[in-house]
Design a protein around this ligand. Sequence first.
Ligand SMILES: NC(=O)c1ccc[n+]([C@@H]2O[C@H](COP(=O)([O-])OP(=O)(O)OC[C@H]3O[C@@H](n4cnc5c(N)ncnc54)[C@H](OP(=O)(O)O)[C@@H]3O)[C@@H](O)[C@H]2O)c1
Length: 270
Amino acid sequence: MEVRLFGASGTSVPVLGQGTWQIQSSDVVVRTLQRGVDLGMTHIDTAELYTGAEEVVGRAIRGRRDDVFLVSKVMPKNASRRGVVAACERSLKKLGTDSLDCFLLHWSDGSHPIADTMLGMRDLLWQGKVRNVGVSNFDVGQLEEAAAALDEYELVCNQVRYNLIDRSIEDEVIGWCEARGVAVVGYSPFEGLADYSAAQRAALETVGARYEKTVRQVILRYLTRSSSLFAIPKASSLAHVEENAGGEGFELTADDLAVIEAAFPAGSAG
Ligand SMILES: NC(=O)c1ccc[n+]([C@@H]2O[C@H](COP(=O)([O-])OP(=O)(O)OC[C@H]3O[C@@H](n4cnc5c(N)ncnc54)[C@H](OP(=O)(O)O)[C@@H]3O)[C@@H](O)[C@H]2O)c1
C-alpha cells in the first residue's frame, strides 16, 4: 500500500484508509476492518457521532493498536475547551486505547468558537492523549482560524467530502492545504456512484481496462492522485475491502485524467 506523509504529522499514512460511518457491530465487520489493516489500509476513521462504531473499531484493533493510524472526531456541540478533552476521553475508552493518532473537530457550527476548541486540542496534545490535531468540513476561512489558534502546533488535516460528483474542494480547499502541508482526507468517495450516467460509467471502465482495475478502484486512484490527498472508503465485507485496497498501485496518465474529467466536469451536479 502506497503511503505518504500525513501533513506535518511526520507520519506516513496509507493513501487509502477505512471509514466507519454506519458500520454494524458484527464479527464480519470486525474481520473486514482487520483485513483492511492487513492489506495496508491502516488509517481508520471513526467519530463519537457514529453510534457504536468506536466500540467496533476497538474490537478490531485489540492487540494491534500500534498497527493503525487511529482517528476520531468530536461533535461541535461538545467542542468547548473542556468538552473536547472529555469527548476524547470517552472515545479513548470506547476504542480501548490511551491515545489517538489524530483528533478532529467534525465540523464547525458556531456552538463554540473555533479558537476555544483548539485550546482543548492543545490541552490534549500536552497531555499526550492525541498525537495530532485536524478538522473536518472546514472552508479556507475556518482553516485559517484553526491554524492560527493552534499557535505552535500544526493543523495536520482537513477531512472533507470528495468524490467525482462533488469536486468543490478543488476550488480553494485543496490549494490552501497543499500550500501549507495540510493533508486532505476525502470522505464518501463513492457517493453518487449509483446515479452515474452510462457515459460516466463507460469512461471509468475505459480507464480501468487499461490497468485491469474496477470502476471503484479507478475512482479511488483519481481521488488520491496528488501528494496531499487521502481517501477513506467504508466497507462492510471482505470482498468490498479487498476491492478497495486495489485502488492504488497504478498511476493515471494525463490522458486518463482527461477522460475522467470530461465525464465528470468540476462543478457538475450529480
Ligand atoms: N467528516 C465527515 O463529515 C464525514 C462524512 C461522511 C463520511 N465520513 C467518513 O468517510 C467514510 C466513507 O464515506 P461514506 O461511508 O459516506 O461512503 P463511501 O465510502 O463513499 O461508500 C460506502 C458505501 O459503499 C459501499 N461499498 C464500499 N466498497 C464497496 C465495494 N468495493 N463494492 C460495492 N460497494 C462498496 C459500502 O457498502 P458496504 O458497507 O456494504 O461494504 C457502503 O454502502 C465514512 O465511513 C466516514 O468514516 C466523514
